[in-house]
Design a protein around this ligand. Structure first.
Ligand SMILES: [Cu+2]
Length: 135
Protein backbone atom coordinates (compact mmCIF):
# COMPACT_ATOMS: atom_id res chain seq x y z
CA UNK A 1 0.00 0.00 0.00
CA UNK A 2 2.71 2.44 0.98
CA UNK A 3 4.97 1.31 -1.85
CA UNK A 4 2.19 1.93 -4.34
CA UNK A 5 1.69 5.49 -3.06
CA UNK A 6 5.39 6.26 -3.45
CA UNK A 7 5.47 4.84 -6.96
CA UNK A 8 2.47 6.95 -7.86
CA UNK A 9 3.97 10.08 -6.36
CA UNK A 10 7.16 9.46 -8.29
CA UNK A 11 5.26 9.05 -11.53
CA UNK A 12 3.37 12.29 -10.93
CA UNK A 13 6.65 14.08 -10.19
CA UNK A 14 8.24 12.76 -13.37
CA UNK A 15 5.25 13.80 -15.43
CA UNK A 16 5.39 17.28 -13.92
CA UNK A 17 9.10 17.47 -14.71
CA UNK A 18 8.51 16.38 -18.31
CA UNK A 19 5.73 18.95 -18.69
CA UNK A 20 7.96 21.69 -17.28
CA UNK A 21 10.72 20.75 -19.72
CA UNK A 22 8.35 20.87 -22.68
CA UNK A 23 6.90 24.19 -21.57
CA UNK A 24 10.37 25.68 -21.35
CA UNK A 25 11.07 24.79 -24.96
CA UNK A 26 7.66 25.59 -26.37
CA UNK A 27 7.10 29.04 -24.92
CA UNK A 28 8.84 32.00 -23.41
CA UNK A 29 9.32 32.19 -19.69
CA UNK A 30 7.42 34.81 -17.74
CA UNK A 31 10.83 36.18 -16.69
CA UNK A 32 11.44 37.13 -20.33
CA UNK A 33 8.96 39.98 -20.02
CA UNK A 34 9.56 43.36 -18.50
CA UNK A 35 7.95 46.75 -18.22
CA UNK A 36 9.90 49.84 -19.24
CA UNK A 37 9.05 53.46 -18.66
CA UNK A 38 8.60 55.39 -21.89
CA UNK A 39 9.58 58.60 -20.07
CA UNK A 40 11.61 58.51 -16.85
CA UNK A 41 10.28 61.85 -15.68
CA UNK A 42 6.88 63.41 -15.16
CA UNK A 43 5.75 66.89 -14.16
CA UNK A 44 4.49 67.43 -10.63
CA UNK A 45 0.72 67.89 -10.57
CA UNK A 46 -2.67 66.31 -11.09
CA UNK A 47 -3.76 64.02 -13.94
CA UNK A 48 -0.30 63.20 -15.20
CA UNK A 49 0.05 60.36 -17.68
CA UNK A 50 2.63 57.64 -17.22
CA UNK A 51 3.24 55.27 -20.12
CA UNK A 52 4.99 51.94 -19.79
CA UNK A 53 5.88 49.46 -22.50
CA UNK A 54 5.75 45.72 -21.94
CA UNK A 55 8.46 43.99 -23.94
CA UNK A 56 9.64 40.47 -24.52
CA UNK A 57 13.35 40.74 -23.68
CA UNK A 58 14.33 37.86 -25.94
CA UNK A 59 12.69 39.30 -29.05
CA UNK A 60 12.58 43.00 -28.14
CA UNK A 61 8.96 43.09 -29.29
CA UNK A 62 6.11 44.88 -27.52
CA UNK A 63 3.54 42.63 -25.85
CA UNK A 64 -0.11 43.68 -26.29
CA UNK A 65 -3.20 42.57 -24.36
CA UNK A 66 -1.55 42.03 -21.00
CA UNK A 67 -3.91 42.20 -18.05
CA UNK A 68 -2.62 44.62 -15.44
CA UNK A 69 -4.05 43.53 -12.10
CA UNK A 70 -1.99 45.43 -9.59
CA UNK A 71 -0.67 48.92 -9.48
CA UNK A 72 0.78 51.01 -6.72
CA UNK A 73 2.50 54.36 -6.84
CA UNK A 74 4.31 55.64 -3.78
CA UNK A 75 7.39 57.54 -2.71
CA UNK A 76 9.32 54.55 -1.33
CA UNK A 77 12.57 55.65 -3.05
CA UNK A 78 12.47 58.82 -0.95
CA UNK A 79 11.79 56.95 2.30
CA UNK A 80 8.08 57.77 2.07
CA UNK A 81 6.55 54.40 1.24
CA UNK A 82 3.37 55.46 3.06
CA UNK A 83 2.94 58.38 0.67
CA UNK A 84 0.90 56.61 -1.99
CA UNK A 85 -1.17 58.23 -4.70
CA UNK A 86 -4.16 56.95 -6.63
CA UNK A 87 -3.32 55.48 -10.02
CA UNK A 88 -5.84 54.46 -12.66
CA UNK A 89 -5.51 52.80 -16.04
CA UNK A 90 -6.01 55.19 -18.93
CA UNK A 91 -7.19 53.95 -22.33
CA UNK A 92 -5.27 54.61 -25.51
CA UNK A 93 -1.71 54.15 -26.61
CA UNK A 94 -0.05 51.79 -29.03
CA UNK A 95 -0.34 48.00 -28.71
CA UNK A 96 2.12 46.89 -26.04
CA UNK A 97 1.96 50.26 -24.29
CA UNK A 98 -0.04 50.79 -21.12
CA UNK A 99 -1.06 54.19 -19.82
CA UNK A 100 -1.90 55.30 -16.31
CA UNK A 101 -3.15 58.52 -14.82
CA UNK A 102 -1.97 59.69 -11.43
CA UNK A 103 -1.43 62.77 -9.32
CA UNK A 104 2.17 63.46 -8.39
CA UNK A 105 1.82 65.74 -5.39
CA UNK A 106 5.47 66.11 -4.61
CA UNK A 107 8.79 66.43 -6.37
CA UNK A 108 11.11 63.45 -6.17
CA UNK A 109 11.29 59.77 -6.94
CA UNK A 110 8.14 57.67 -7.09
CA UNK A 111 7.96 53.89 -7.29
CA UNK A 112 5.47 52.38 -9.71
CA UNK A 113 4.77 48.72 -8.90
CA UNK A 114 3.00 46.69 -11.56
CA UNK A 115 1.66 43.16 -11.69
CA UNK A 116 0.48 41.72 -14.99
CA UNK A 117 -0.62 38.57 -16.74
CA UNK A 118 0.58 37.91 -20.27
CA UNK A 119 -1.66 36.06 -22.74
CA UNK A 120 -0.58 32.44 -23.07
CA UNK A 121 1.91 32.54 -20.21
CA UNK A 122 1.69 31.21 -16.70
CA UNK A 123 2.89 33.28 -13.78
CA UNK A 124 2.94 37.02 -13.42
CA UNK A 125 5.18 39.83 -14.53
CA UNK A 126 6.15 42.00 -11.59
CA UNK A 127 7.97 45.25 -12.15
CA UNK A 128 9.04 48.14 -10.01
CA UNK A 129 9.90 51.30 -11.90
CA UNK A 130 11.20 54.59 -10.58
CA UNK A 131 9.66 57.77 -11.99
CA UNK A 132 11.04 61.17 -11.13
CA UNK A 133 8.50 63.94 -10.65
CA UNK A 134 9.91 67.38 -11.28
CA UNK A 135 8.76 70.97 -11.58
CU1 LIG B 1 6.68 62.50 -0.58
Amino acid sequence: MKKLTIARALRVALLALAAAGTAGVARADIKDYEFKLVEPTVAVGKDKIVTVRLVNKTTGKPVPDAVIFATRLDMAPEGMAEMATKIVAEPGGEPGSYRFKAAFGMEGKWLLSLGAKVQGETGTVESKLVITAQK
